[in-house]
Design a protein around this ligand. Sequence first.
Ligand code: CDP
Length: 225
Amino acid sequence: MRKNLVIAIDGYSSCGKSTLAKALAKKLGFIYIDSGAMYRAVTLYFIRNNVDIHNNEAVKDALQHIELNFHSRDYQSHITLNGEEVSEEIRLMPVSENVSAVAANKLVRHEMVRQQQRMGKSKNIVMDGRDIGTTVFEDAQVKLFMTADPKLRAERRFKEMQEKGDTSTTLEEVFENIAHRDYADTTREESPLVRAEDAIILDNTAISESEQLEFALEKVKPFLP
Ligand code: CDP
């Protein structure tokens, strides 16, 4: 039985995993790790350096030249790629369009999982992603599996992008991208997105952010000292 507490939050694209994970981390004083940001940063490197995802030698070589680091400010996670702050750029469409193909690569996954497991070895953490409860931390004390209506997810993400000043993408494009990633993530061979048997389902289609936080805190409570 692990001594540090791990809260694993998995689920579909854009269903509010990071909002809940950040709120939980803040409330509990845990470290928040956005595993999706890691796959996105690797994707950005691959795009910039024309790395062919189907060429395993090229992928292996590229992975050796990638260093990712998180800098937590106010429970907002910031990620650097070889020392460069890329938190904004990894949310743009070129990365969103390619990330699921990169995340399906076995070599990429093995390296990311290795780094994620190291980050959660001894500290109390909240990690969100697609395979946290099934692969990265099968022994996490609390596992949540989030879902929400796909149309609502697209609207939420679209609004978020507009608020950030990213007006280059239409609502339809966001919807298509979410549908594409859901399909790719659930059907890939290597640790596909699937609910862990012991994960609690949280559908936030009709509940508020504070209600979902309340729900999650109830599940964590029994494990707190
Ligand atoms: O925030 P959003 O729901 O848009 O996605 P994300 O968490 O930033 O993850 C981006 C992509 O990375 C996903 O669509 C997956 O293809 C991949 N991913 C993954 O395969 N495994 C994880 N643990 C996290 C993300």
